[in-house]
Write a protein that binds this ligand. Structure first.
Ligand SMILES: NC(=O)c1ccc[n+]([C@@H]2O[C@H](COP(=O)([O-])OP(=O)(O)OC[C@H]3O[C@@H](n4cnc5c(N)ncnc54)[C@H](O)[C@@H]3O)[C@@H](O)[C@H]2O)c1
Ligand SMILES: N[C@H](CO)Cc1c[nH]c[nH+]1
Ligand SMILES: [Zn+2]
Length: 430
C-alpha cells in the first residue's frame, strides 16, 4: 500500500483511478467474443467454457432436484442457523421497502396512480470463481421473492467435481429457487441474455461478479436486457481520524482486499500516525490470513492518503464514489450527513463493513468503479417496475381536455388535440 502525503488536488484524479481501468478494453474484447460464441453455439459453448475456466466437463448444465434435496445434509447446523438469521434480517429490512402509493386526483375527475409489478423473468448471478458467495444469493433472492418475480433463474460457476456448492443449493432451497444453472463468467450472462436449450432467457440480470461478469452485464443491455448495475470487484474507502483503531481499520481494508486481486481499498486519514500504524497492522494481520496472496495483490494497487481535514477527506471520497465507505471518526453521523456518493456507508468504530456483507439486513450488491455516482445498490425496488394508470371521468375531461387541446395544437400535433375534441363534443353535444 503506497502512502501519499498531502497530494495537490491536481493529483487527485490519478489517485482516484481504479487499477482495473487499464485492462477494461482487453476485458471487453474478450467478453464480446464469449458473448457471440454463446449466442451461436448455446449449451455447447457453455460446456466448452466450463471446461476452459472451471476445469470441469459437464453433461447436464441444470442442477437436478435430487442435487438440491441432498444439499442441506452437507451444511453444518451452525451455518444453517446463521443463514436463517441473516435471511430474517435481510427480509425485514427489504420488507420495509414495499412501496405505498396513493391514488392522486390531480384535477376533479382526473385520477392517476402507479402500480408496482414484478419483473417477470429475472436472472441471479452468484459469484463462485474463488469463493462461493451464498450470501449474495440471500441478497438477490430475498428481494426477488418479496417482489413476487414469477421466474427466477440462478447461475453460478460449477465446482471442479461438476457440482454446485452445497451451501448455495441449501440457500436456494430456503428461497424456493429451483432453476439453477452450472455456468459462470461472461458465458453465463450471455446465456441469460439470449437463452440456450438449458438456460431460459430473462428480462433483467442481477448480481455481482469479477470484471468479466461485469463487462458482460453491460454488454447484455445492448440486447434489450436490463441489469441491476455494474457491481464489479469489491472496494472500500475508509476515512479515519485519530480516534480510529488501526487494527480495526486494517482488518476492514483486508476484508475487501481478500475478495480478489482487482479489489481496491483506500485509506484517507488526517493522522500520519494512524496511517503508519494501520500499515503495520496490515502486515501483521496478513501473516495469518488464508487468502493473503490475493489480498497482497490487491494491496499493491491500493493507497493510503494523508489529507488535512475531515471535510477534505469527504470531498475526496464523494469524488471517488466508493462501493463501501467506512467513517472511522469521532462524529460519524455528522460527517455522514455530507455523503453524496457511496454504495453503502458504515458509521463508527464498531460497524465493520463485513456485517453489511452478511447479516445486518442491508443489501451487499452495490455499484463499484465510481458508479455510486449514479446508481443505487440492489433493493426491493430493483425487482419492481412501476406502471402508471389513469382514469378520466367526463367531468375530468371537461377540466383537463382544453389544456391538452391548446398544448397539442401548439406542438403541431392535431391528431392529439382531436382525440380530446371529439370526446368533448360527445359530452357537451356540440
Ligand atoms: N460489487 C458487489 O456488490 C460485489 C459483491 C460480491 C462480490 N463482488 C466481487 O465479485 C467478484 C467475484 O469474482 P470471482 O472471480 O471469484 O467469481 P465470478 O463468479 O465473478 O467469476 C468466475 C468466472 O469468471 C470467468 N473467468 C475467469 N477468468 C477469466 C478469463 N481470463 N477470461 C474470461 N473469463 C474468465 C470464469 O468463467 C469463471 O467461472 C470479486 O471481484 C468480488 O469482489 C462484488
Ligand atoms: N463485500 C462484497 C461486496 O463487495 C460482498 C461479500 C460477500 N461475501 C462477503 N462479502
Ligand atoms: Zn465482502
Amino acid at each position: 500500500m503506497q502512502i501519499f502525503q498531502y497530494p495537490d488536488q491536481s493529483q487527485w484524479a490519478a489517485l482516484q483511478q481504479r487499477a482495473a481501468a487499464q485492462q477494461a478494453q482487453e476485458v471487453e474484447q474478450r467478453v464480446l467474443g464469449i458473448f457471440q460464441d454463446v449466442r451461436q453455439r448455446g449449451d455447447v459453448a457453455l460446456r466448452d467454457y466450463a471446461q476452459q475456466f472451471d476445469g470441469v466437463q459437464l453433461q447436464d448444465l441444470r442442477v437436478t432436484p435430487e442435487e438440491i434435496a441432498a444439499a442441506a445434509a452437507q451444511v453444518p447446523a451452525e451455518l444453517q442457523t446463521a443463514i436463517r438469521q441473516a435471511h430474517a434480517n435481510i427480509l425485514r429490512f427489504h420488507e420495509a421497502q414495499r412501496p405505498h402509493e396513493e391514488r392522486v386526483e390531480t384535477m376533479p375527475g382526473v385520477l392517476c396512480w402507479r402500480r408496482a409489478v414484478p419483473v417477470q423473468r429475472v436472472g441471479l448471478y452468484i459469484p463462485g470463481g474463488t469463493a462461493p458467495l451464498f450470501s449474495t444469493l440471500l441478497m438477490l433472492g430475498v428481494p426477488a421473492r418479496l417482489a413476487g418475480c414469477p421466474e427466477v433463474v440462478l447461475t453460478t460457476p460449477p465446482q471442479k467435481d461438476g457440482s454446485v456448492n452445497a451451501v448455495i443449493l441449501f440457500t436456494a432451497q430456503l428461497l424456493g429457487i429451483s432453476t439453477i444453472i452450472k455456468a459462470g463468467g461472461a458465458q453465463a450472462i450471455a446465456a441469460l441474455t439470449g437463452g440456450t436449450d438449458s438456460v431460459p432467457a430473462v428480462d433483467k440480470i442481477f448480481g455481482p461478479g469479477n470484471r468479466f461478469v461485469t463487462a458482460a452485464k453491460q454488454l447484455a443491455t445492448r440486447y434489450g436486457v436490463a441489469i441491476d448495475m455494474p457491481a464489479g470487484p469489491s472496494e472500500v474507502l475508509i476515512i479515519a481520524d485519530d480516534s480510529a483503531v488501526p487494527a480495526f481499520v486494517a482488518a476492514d481494508l483486508l476484508s475487501q482486499a481478500e475478495h480478489g486481486p482487482d479489489s481496491q481499498v483506500i485509506l484517507l486519514s488526517d493522522s500520519m500516525s494512524v496511517i503508519e500504524q494501520t500499515k503495520a497492522e496490515i502486515a501483521r494481520q496478513l501473516t495469518t490470513l488464508p487468502r493473503a496472496a490475493v489480498a497482497s495483490q490487491a494491496l499493491e494497487e491500493s493507497r493510503a492518503i494523508l489529507l488535512r481535514t475531515p471535510e477534505e477527506m469527504l470531498y475526496f471520497s464523494n469524488q471517488y464514489a466508493p462501493e463501501h465507505l467506512i467513517l472511522a471518526v469521532r462524529n460519524p453521523e455528522q460527517l455522514g450527513e455530507g455523503v453524496t456518493s457511496a454504495g453503502s456507508v458504515f458509521l463508527g468504530h464498531y460497524t465493520p463493513e463485513a456485517v453489511g456483507d452478511y447479516a445486518s439486513g442491508t443489501n451487499h450488491t452495490l455499484p463499484t468503479n465510481g458508479y455510486a455516482r449514479n446508481y443505487s445498490g440492489v433493493s426491493l425496488d430493483s425487482f419492481l417496475k412501476k406502471i402508471t394508470f389513469q382514469r378520466i371521468t367526463t367531468e375530468g375531461l371537461l377540466n383537463v381536455g382544453p389544456v391538452v387541446e391548446t398544448m397539442a395544437e401548439a406542438e403541431g400535433l392535431s391528431a392529439h388535440a382531436r382525440a380530446v375534441t371529439l370526446r368533448l363534443e360527445a359530452i357537451t353535444g356540440d
